[in-house]
Design a protein around this ligand. Structure first.
Ligand code: NDP
Length: 305
């Protein structure tokens, strides 16, 4: 059997970003509105700083306003809530993103709940989760599952009806919304997690397998149905030589791997996303899309698809 098609998330995301840039220019021309996203980072977490910088860079590249709020790690919860209130009230701010994880002394759910649902660019607010779960229009959908769905549709076509989908992982930010999206697309959806019995057998039934567990290379090649579409959401940093290779790792050097053992899976799957360069670039592109959509709704302009 020929190797799987490699799903080029980087190229697809570049195309999506170009479409968002066109939408931003059109909204400026038609309504005089520049979409703006407020990015709130509390503390010095190194990974969060990298993510936040790339989000801020993308906003500027696409012609949007980036309102950056980099706050100290000891910021009081009440001060963070007051900042959210100010951003909620600011008409130039169409989306608000609070970078997670927050320092331990801050109640994450309380902070996310404070963002008005219309400005919840990440789609984590319970109102948006509820709109998605009940299949109502206007839900802001979390960026990673939205990006994953766009890649699945680009690979298999818009019509996914009747396909068996398995979502591995049930987090509120990836697994659950991913399952909701696939359900809305008329797939037959199974959700698997750490208590699932005979996980390999569950996976082998899936025409579409989305892995979002955060366990390096957990999904093996023989867990995959021949010809399946495999979306690897996982981002795991491991010693440079890799966890499945015999040679000793070079001290200090690391590389990124997904939740799927790519070298094995590529021989079995029909199509597969690489890590990096698969789902990752789609997440930021979809954040840009969500911000543009929020600005369009606020301005009463048509919302881009
Ligand atoms: P969480 O840790 O919140 O959730 C992980 C899920 O995986 C849980 O539901 C857990 O089950 C399940 N799980 C863990 N271990 C096993 C196991 N051995 N067998 C079966 N299921 C298991 O992670 P996230 O959803 O936030 O993220 C998942 C991965 O996706 C991570 O690698 C993360 O870095 C990556 N990610 C990538 C993004 C991107 O832009 N590409 C964006 C967001 C995340 P249970 O509920 O039973 O504990």
């Amino acid at each position: 059997m020929a190797d799987a098609t490699i799903i080029d998330g980087k190229a697809f995301a570049a195309g999506l970003r170009a479409r968002v840039a066109d939408g931003v220019a059109a909204l400026k021309a038609s309504h005089g509105v520049t979409p703006g996203l407020a990015v709130v980072l509390v503390g010095e977490d190194a990974a969060s700083q990298v993510y936040v910088r790339s989000k801020e860079r993308a906003l500027v590249e696409l012609g949007m306003n980036s309102f950056d709020h980099h706050e100290p790690a000891d910021m009081a919860e009440s001060d963070l809530l007051a900042l959210i209130d100010r951003l909620n009230a600011d008409p130039a701010v169409h989306g608000i993103l609070v970078q997670l994880p927050l320092p331990r002394h801050i109640d994450t759910q309380k902070v996310l709940a404070r963002i008005v649902p219309e400005k919840d660019a990440d789609g984590f607010h319970v109102v948006n989760a509820g709109l998605l779960a009940t299949g109502q229009p206007g839900a802001i959908v979390p960026c990673t599952p939205l990006g994953s769905l766009l890649l699945i549709r680009d690979t298999l076509g818009r019509d996914l009806k009747g396909k068996r989908a398995l979502v591995l992982g049930r987090s509120n930010i990836v697994g659950k919304p991913m399952a909701q999206l696939l359900l809305q697309a008329d797939c037959t959806v199974t959700m698997a997690h750490s208590r699932t019995a005979d996980l390999p057998a569950e996976c082998r039934r899936a025409d579409i397998l989305v892995a979002a567990v955060g366990r390096p290379e957990m999904v093996r090649g023989d867990w995959i149905k021949p010809g399946a579409t495999v979306i690897d959401v996982g981002i795991n940093r491991v010693p440079a030589v890799g966890i499945n290779r015999v040679a000793a790792a070079e001290p200090g050097k690391t590389r990124l791997v997904g939740d799927v053992a790519f070298d094995e899976a590529v021989k079995v799957a029909g199509a597969i996303t690489p890590v990096p360069g698969g789902v990752g670039p789609m997440t930021i592109a979809c954040l840009m899309l969500n911000t543009l959509a929020a600005a369009c709704r606020a301005a009463g302009a048509p919302v881009p698809e």
